[in-house]
Design a protein around this ligand. Structure first.
Ligand code: RP5
Length: 152
């Protein structure tokens, strides 16, 4: 299953884009708020209860330690979404997630790009699932067609 988590309800408007794409692909997912600093015990429980095939998409802003902490607590694929913060426009979130030190791996997409986080999770799922792969091909050919149809 693809498991979407985020540090705060305020991240939902961004993380909803991941949810929307998973719905479009008809994939099973869960979505909830798990905060590394406000609900550390919940983060621990969440990480320990993952199944190995689960893929985590974790959105966080500011010091944004949620994706890295979850990655440290499990051996699943974790994709971080840096949320655009008020103070530093998301650069803090981006650097925090992308600058994970050697030894624990966290994928990181662009600031607020939850859509691409879902796309990456879908591509990982497609490695072993031809049905998902076909949907991915359709998704790509649709966006190619849309661009080619643009008349300026
Ligand atoms: C982080 O702090 C969250 O991921 C959110 O992006 C940021 C601000 O949270 P709120 O103050 O809006 O709850 O933990």
């Amino acid at each position: 299953m693809i498991k979407i988590i985020m540090g705060s309800k305020s991240d939902y408007s961004v993380m909803q884009e991941a949810e929307n794409l998973l719905k479009q692909f008809d994939l099973e997912y869960s979505i909830e708020v798990v905060s590394a600093h406000r609900t550390p015990d919940k983060m621990f429980e969440f990480s320990k209860n993952l199944r190995q095939e689960d893929i985590v998409i974790a959105g966080a802003g500011g010091s944004a330690h949620l994706p890295g902490m979850v990655a440290a607590l499990c051996s699943n694929v974790v994709i971080g979404v840096p949320i655009k913060s008020k103070a530093l426009n998301g650069l803090d979130s981006l650097y925090s997630i992308v600058q994970m030190p050697k030894g624990i791996s966290v994928a990181c997409v662009a600031i607020d790009n939850a859509h691409n986080a879902a796309l990456l999770a879908i591509q990982i799922k497609a490695i072993n699932d031809n049905n998902i792969l076909e949907k991915l091909k359709t998704y790509r050919s649709c966006q190619t067609k849309q661009v080619l149809e643009v008349k300026l």
